[in-house]
Design a protein around this ligand. Structure first.
Ligand code: GUN
Length: 306
């Protein structure tokens, strides 16, 4: 890669380190005020990739000064046992963020579990109150991967108003919240999916292209308008030349000559997801302190006047 090409790379590792630094500074202030932000991570079963993700989350929390609590449950745990665990964490005022690592074992209803988390502690932003709030433009806890993509875009482009953003993929975790965040930033937004007609022609209108389909190297030069900024959310493990490689949803080598900026895989969006999780935990802790103060003020007014 020549210098001109390497200038196009959006360094997610550096951006994530910057976010963690900002979060660590906020945590230090909160601790001085007597509030220690805490994140509970619940891992059910023995999916090896989930174990790696959870370990990284716990390590990153420590780095930011956030207290992390890890709860492991057997793969055959009942849904009731999981819900009981969540109820305990919801009720614990020392816990500010709750994350249940996905995917869950097949016998547990994911929706039921995500809906059981107190929306104020839902640092994944997956509870329907937070999903609805995001779509209404309320300041709610927002899914970490799309929030990380927004931070990368703003760092690179500044104001996004009026830009045409195309999101490829419509998952609940990335595609849909991504579209909502881009709309909230005053972009014109197109969402493409497996039933879209002429997706490449639509994608070639994009100033900003977000690839979140989970298909290795699906997006090649035919999808790109010259000068576009490309954010590749895909993390796909493939076997190539006798070894395992991580590749994105974008065919990096094919699009690089065309784009004005692009996230690599690995080292692009991936590190941002965890950094934004830490940011959400601090936001949740602050918000809960505010709500607790408002409740106690209400109670004391009530005591004196009711
Ligand atoms: N598994 C893969 N991505 C995620 C995520 O963003 N949150 C949770 N809870 N589990 C995941």
């Amino acid at each position: 890669m020549n210098t001109q090409q390497s200038d196009k790379l959006i360094d997610g590792k550096a951006a994530a380190a910057q976010v963690i630094e900002e979060v660590a500074a906020e945590v230090a202030t909160l601790k001085a005020e007597g509030l220690e932000p805490a994140l509970a991570v619940v891992l059910i079963g023995d999916d090896p990739a989930s174990h790696v993700y959870v370990r990284n989350k716990v390590l990153r929390a420590e780095q930011a000064g956030i207290r992390s609590l890890e709860f492991r449950m057997q793969a055959d745990s009942s849904a009731e046992a999981v819900l009981e665990m969540i109820a305990g964490l919801n009720a614990d005022p020392r816990v500010h963020g709750i994350l249940v690592q996905l995917p869950l074992p097949a016998h547990i209803d994911e929706r039921l579990v995500l809906q059981a988390i107190d929306p104020a502690k839902d640092v994944d932003g997956f509870h329907s109150d937070n999903v609805g709030g995001l779509s209404q433009g309320r300041p709610v806890l927002t899914p970490c991967t799309p929030a990380g993509c927004m931070r990368l875009l703003r760092d690179r482009l500044g104001d996004l108003a009026g830009k045409h953003a195309v999101v490829v993929g419509r998952s609940n975790i990335v595609g849909k919240p991504m579209a909502a965040l881009l709309l909230a930033a005053d972009c014109s937004v197109t969402v493409l999916h497996s039933r879209s007609r002429e997706p490449q022609a639509l994608s070639r209108q994009a100033d900003i292209l977000i690839a979140a389909v989970g298909r290795p190297r699906m997006i090649d030069a035919a999808w790109i308008k010259p000068g576009a900024v490309v954010i590749d959310v895909g993390i796909n493990r493939i076997e190539e030349d006798g070894r395992t490689r991580l590749v994105g949803d974008v065919d990096f080598d094919s699009v690089l000559p065309l784009v004005s900026a692009i996230t690599p895989v690995p080292g692009g969006v991936g590190p941002m997801t965890i950094a934004l999780l830490m940011q959400n935990t601090v936001t949740a802790a602050r918000q809960q302190r505010k709500q607790a103060a408002a409740r106690s003020a209400e109670e004391s007014t009530c005591l004196s006047t009711c």
